[in-house]
Design a protein around this ligand. Structure first.
Ligand SMILES: NC(=O)c1ccc[n+]([C@@H]2O[C@H](COP(=O)([O-])OP(=O)(O)OC[C@H]3O[C@@H](n4cnc5c(N)ncnc54)[C@H](O)[C@@H]3O)[C@@H](O)[C@H]2O)c1
Ligand SMILES: [Zn+2]
Length: 366
C-alpha cells in the first residue's frame, strides 16, 4: 500500500470536535491555499511555521508561498527530525527564535510535520505569551488520524515520554493529502495501525472497508481519514481530560505496544509497528477475558498483515525482554491492571480482571 497513487482531486471536508468545535479540513492542494484557509479563521498575519528539517525540505516552501500570497508573514523555524527533538530545551529554543523574529501575542503558530512537530509546536503555542492560536498541518498519516486530534501537546524528558505538556486544542487542522506523497512507505503503513485500532474498538463497518482496501484514491483516503477523526474526536469529547476512562479506550494495544517499543530501544519498531504487535497481544487477552471469538482475532491479524505491519516478534527479540519492561510499568504497581479489551470487532471496554500472567501468556504467543 504505497502512498504514491494518491489522486489529484481537490476537495475539503470539515469536521468539528467537542466543545471547541475546531475545523479539520481534508483535501488536496490545501497547502497552496494555506493563507486563504487560515485567513478564514484568523485575521492575524505574523506566524511561525514550526517544522522539522526533513519535512521542511519537501513542504516549507509551498506553505510559505501559500501564506505570503494571502498577505501573511511567516517565519520558518526548523528542528532536527525525530523524537529526540521533542524536549523542553528545543521548545525553549523555538520560543527564543520566535522572540527574535518579533512574534508577539498577536501572532500564531503553524505546526507543519508529523506527531513530533505537532506535539512540540502545540506546546510552544500553548506557552508562548501564555497561549496563542495553533494551526496544525499534519504531514504523516498517523498525525492526521491521531496526534493532531484531541489537544494533547507536550515534550519528553529523560525520564519518559510526554511527561511535560498541556491541553491546547488547535484552532484549525489542515490535512492536505498531497503531503503524503513524500512520506516513506513504512511511515505511511504505520498510520494504519492506529486506523485498525480505531476500527477494532469502535467501527465494525470501517473494519470491513479496510479488509477490501485497495484504493489509494484520494476520495477513499479522504473518507477514511475523516471517519478516523470522527472516531477519535467522539471518544475525546466524552473525556477530554483523560479522567473518566473513556479516553483510555484509545490505548487499546498500547500497553504491550509501548513495552515492545521500549524493548526495541525506540529504534527497532516504529510506534505503529509496535502497536500492531500490541493489538495482537490485546486480542489474545480479549479471547481469555472478554469472549472475543478466535476467528475475529484471526481477521484482525490478517488485516494488520495486509498493511505490511508486523504480526510476529522477530526471533532475536525474546518475549521475556518485553515482559521485563512490562513488569516495571508503573501501571502494574498495585498488581491490578486496567487493560482495554475488545469483546468483538467494533467494541471495547476497560477490564479490571486482567492479570500479569494473562499478559505474559499473550506476549509469549507473539
Ligand atoms: N498528541 C497526541 O495525542 C499524540 C498521539 C499519538 C502520537 N503522538 C506523538 O506523535 C509522535 C509520532 O508521530 P509521527 O509518527 O508522525 O512521527 P514524526 O513526526 O517523527 O514523523 C515521522 C518521520 O517522517 C518524516 N515525515 C513526516 N512527514 C513527512 C512527509 N510528508 N514526507 C516525508 N517525510 C515526512 C519526519 O521527518 C520523521 O522523520 C510521537 O512523538 C508521539 O508521542 C501524539
Ligand atoms: Zn498510538
Amino acid at each position: 500500500m504505497g502512498p504514491d497513487k494518491i489522486g489529484e482531486r481537490v476537495s475539503s471536508t470539515a469536521v468539528s470536535l467537542g466543545k471547541r468545535r475546531y475545523r479539520v479540513l481534508i483535501g488536496e492542494g490545501l497547502l497552496e491555499q494555506l493563507g486563504a484557509l487560515v485567513r478564514h479563521h484568523l485575521s492575524r498575519k505574523m506566524c511561525a511555521i514550526i517544522s522539522d528539517n526533513n519535512v521542511a525540505r519537501f513542504l516549507a516552501q509551498r506553505a510559505q508561498e501559500g501564506l505570503k500570497s494571502a498577505g501573511s508573514r511567516p517565519t520558518l523555524i526548523t528542528i532536527p527530525a525525530g523524537e529526540k527533538s521533542k524536549t523542553l530545551e528545543q521548545a525553549g529554543a523555538i520560543c527564543d527564535q520566535m522572540i527574535a523574529a518579533r512574534l508577539d501575542r498577536q501572532s500564531f503558530v503553524i505546526g507543519l510535520g508529523g506527531g513530533v512537530v505537532g506535539d512540540i509546536s502545540g506546546f510552544v503555542a500553548a506557552i508562548y505569551h501564555r497561549g496563542i492560536p495553533h494551526v496544525q498541518i499534519p504531514t504523516t498519516l498517523l498525525a492526521m488520524v491521531d496526534s493532531s486530534i484531541g489537544g494533547k501537546t507536550g515534550v519528553n524528558t529523560r525520564h519518559g515520554k510526554n511527561l511535560i505538556g498541556v491541553f491546547h486544542h488547535p484552532l484549525l487542522v489542515i490535512d492536505d493529502l498531497d503531503v503524503l506523497k513524500s512520506l516513506p512507505r513504512r511511515e505511511f503503513n504505520q498510520g494504519f495501525a492506529e486506523i485498525i485500532k480505531h476500527a477494532v474498538i469502535a467501527d465494525a463497518k470501517m473494519f470491513r472497508t479496510l479488509q477490501s482496501w485497495k484504493a489509494t484514491e484520494a476520495v477513499a483516503l479522504q473518507r477514511l481519514i475523516k471517519r478516523n477523526i470522527e472516531i477519535k474526536s467522539k471518544i475525546v469529547a466524552k473525556d477530554e481530560r483523560d479522567q473518566t476512562g473513556e479516553r483510555a479506550l484509545l490505548n487499546f494495544g498500547h500497553t504491550v505496544g509501548h513495552a515492545i517499543e521500549r524493548a526495541g530501544n525506540y529504534r527497532r519498531f516504529l510506534h505503529g509497528e509496535a502497536l500492531s504487535l500490541g493489538i495482537i497481544a490485546a486480542c489474545a487477552i480479549s479471547i481469555r477475558r472478554a469472549g472475543l471469538a478466535p476467528d475475529q482475532r484471526d481477521a484482525i491479524v490478517d488485516l494488520l498483515r495486509r498493511f505490511e505491519l508486523p504480526t510476529k516478534l522477530p526471533k532475536n527479540l525474546p518475549s521475556e525482554k518485553i515482559f521485563d519492561v512490562l513488569k516495571f510499568d508503573k501501571k502494574f504497581e498495585d498488581g491490578k491492571v486496567r487493560f482495554v479489551v475488545t469483546p468483538r470487532i467494533g467494541a471495547a471496554r476497560l477490564a479490571n480482571d486482567v492479570t500479569l500472567d494473562d499478559i505474559r501468556e499473550a506476549v509469549k504467543q507473539l
